[in-house]
Design a protein around this ligand. Structure first.
Ligand code: G3P
Length: 217
């Protein structure tokens, strides 16, 4: 399973990248706004900076909701860097746009996916990635991980090439469960990635080793 970080925060991207396990970055308009980025030129520059920091796929989301607008935005975004993947919302014009991008050699990430039906359409349109939002499904009282299992089964049976990119990750256990369910990619906040490091027995064991090491130092 590939690890992406789900943020537009450069310090967090740097910290995750320095671990040496980072395969890419996903952003969205909310994450970009959180960094206080304003205006098209600043947005484009921010994506460029991320692409220069991380050697992997970088998802940049369109904000248009009509076919022509999404195509125009996507064409500009892919000029930034070869690693840009155009993130497109799961709406009717979004599916048309994904098909157009696919036919024109532009890679896409279909976002805001909450059902198997939506994920089937994204795969049929040729999306490179599909982003099921598991945390938001959990927040609504359903089980987001069930969707990951269902998509893995459907995509494997049907031979769809679209990669399942589990998004809206809330904690380290989500990451473990995604790996178990066969997600191709998990895009996570930095805290959830760092949470994987932690175990109290590791801390206790290390303290003991360091104490014993003083006996022969
Ligand atoms: O980038 C899409 C997704 O990961 C959003 O997560 O935490 O806003 O539900 P969240």
């Amino acid at each position: 399973m590939k690890f992406f970080i789900d943020t537009a925060n450069l310090a967090q991207i740097k910290e995750a990248n320095e671990l040496g396990i980072l395969d890419g970055v996903t952003t969205n308009p909310s994450l970009m706004a959180k960094e206080g980025i304003k205006g098209e030129a600043a947005v484009m520059q921010h994506y460029k900076t991320i692409c220069d920091m991380v050697d992997g796929d970088i998802s940049a989301e369109v904000i248009s909701t009509d076919f022509d607008g999404m195509i125009a935005e996507g064409k500009k975004l892919v000029q930034i860097h070869k690693n840009i993947v155009v993130k497109v919302p799961m709406i009717k014009d979004g599916i048309k746009a994904i098909k157009w991008f696919t036919d024109n050699g532009i890679r896409t990430n279909c976002t805001l996916v909450f059902s198997a039906g939506q994920a089937i359409l994204a795969a049929k349109a040729g999306a490179s990635y599909v982003s099921p939002f598991i945390g938001r499904i959990d927040d609504s009282g359903w089980d987001g991980m069930e969707l990951i299992h269902q998509l893995r089964q459907i995509y494997s049976i049907q031979g769809y090439k679209t990669e399942i990119l589990a998004a809206s990750i809330r904690n380290p256990n989500h990451i473990i469960k995604c790996a178990e369910a066969g997600a191709d990619v998990c895009t996570c906040p930095l805290d959830s990635i760092l949470g994987l490091l932690k175990h109290p027995l590791t801390d206790i064991g290390l303290a003991k080793f360091l104490e014993d090491a003083k006996k022969f130092a």
